[in-house]
Design a protein around this ligand. Structure first.
Ligand code: NDP
Length: 318
């Protein structure tokens, strides 16, 4: 035992978080995929948590001296923030440092979905270019598209500014119209879907966004429609999307996030008009290092001088 503050690290986290925390804290690491097992003495010693996963209210309840939870990721839906706030426990996330990477990935996924580059490359690798001739023309194009952003926050804004040079029309829906934003605002998701032919989902996981992308929204998007999912799989009614892709209600979809990760419905794998990524939008070494540094900086800042860089809005300190 040392007199360093004790940080609980449940399950797996980026190794750089451990590397940065190790010299200043005593770390209690628990095995991945299992509920956290701590005796009462250890539970009472925990003052901080570093997490890339879930912190349920029941865990917070068991830690009487918990002060801060540092979440690896901008989406902190795995952390019971209401419970944390009720206990005056600070929660931090990792915004800003991943916006550009996620926005870049979104544009790549959009173009890949529309122009079928994965299929084209596979065709070349299989030697079919030589044996069968040129790859089939892609039925879809980004040219002349009208893109709707469901969510226009830090990442949505970066996606929109990247879309501008592509000369597409841009509209958006959020709960409140953004002052000073020139893009066309639609007061509901359904109205946005009716107006556009390309829909990008980049809202957080909240009760209101659950299965928001449903059969009605997909029908409104229409037969030339392309849907891109980079927010959370939670926001998509996957059976409705699979039906829409199968029967031509929409033309194609690109997905980085899924309802029950890492499980991906087999139907998606068998569809020719989807582009699928295993939740990699922020997954480059430099960006994940920056996220890891922010997790460590928040914990170090809190225990050195009671400041955190990136508290979530629900948290008791600003
Ligand atoms: P922000 O909080 O900056 O932006 C969220 C946006 O969603 C805001 O424009 C907000 O506007 C809008 N929004 C929230 N709730 C609703 C709602 N019920 N209806 C309509 N609009 C809504 O978040 P970020 O841009 O930083 O991140 C967004 C999400 O992207 C994260 O929460 C995370 O889940 C996901 N993400 C996915 C990644 C991946 O690897 N695929 C990587 C990083 C993030 P308003 O408040 O006006 O409604």
């Amino acid at each position: 035992m040392t007199d360093k503050p004790v940080i609980l690290v449940p399950g797996k986290i980026h190794p750089r978080v451990i590397e940065r925390l190790q010299p200043r804290f005593e770390l209690l690491q628990t095995p991945p995929g299992q509920p956290v097992e701590l005796d009462e003495t250890d539970a009472a010693r925990v003052r901080g948590i570093a997490i890339a996963g879930a912190v349920p209210g029941a865990l917070i309840d068991r830690l009487p001296n918990l002060e801060v939870i540092a979440n690896f990721g901008v989406g902190y839906d795995g952390v019971d923030v209401a419970k944390a706030a009720s206990r005056n426990v600070i929660v931090t996330n990792t915004p800003d440092v991943l916006d550009d990477e996620v926005a870049d990935t979104t544009i790549a996924l959009l173009i890949n979905t529309i122009r079928r580059f994965y299929q084209a490359e596979t065709y070349l690798r299989e030697g079919r270019w030589q044996s069968e001739g040129p790859f089939a023309l892609s039925p879809l194009s980004l040219r002349g598209r009208h893109v709707g952003l469901y969510g226009l926050g830090r990442i949505g804004g970066e996606i929109a500014s990247r879309l501008e040079p592509f000369k597409v029309k841009i509209s958006y829906h959020t709960r409140s119209e953004k002052p000073g934003v020139a893009y066309d605002y639609r007061p509901s998701l359904l109205e946005l879907a009716k107006a556009v032919d390309t829909l990008i989902c980049i809202v957080p996981k909240t009760p209101e966004t659950h299965k928001a992308i449903n059969a009605d929204v997909l029908k409104a998007l229409g037969p030339n429609g392309v849907f891109i999912s980079v927010g959370r799989g939670w926001s998509v009614d996957e059976p409705a999307l699979i039906s829409a892709l199968k029967d031509g209600t929409i033309a194609a979809a690109g997905m980085d996030v899924f309802y029950e990760e890492p499980k991906v419905p087999a139907e998606f794998l068998n569809l020719p008009n989807v582009s699928l990524l295993p939740h990699v939008a922020s997954a480059s070494v430099p960006t994940r290092n920056a996220m890891a540094d922010l997790v460590a900086d928040n914990l170090i800042g809190w225990f050195e001088n009671r400041t955190v860089k990136t508290p979530v809005p629900e948290t008791p300190v600003k």
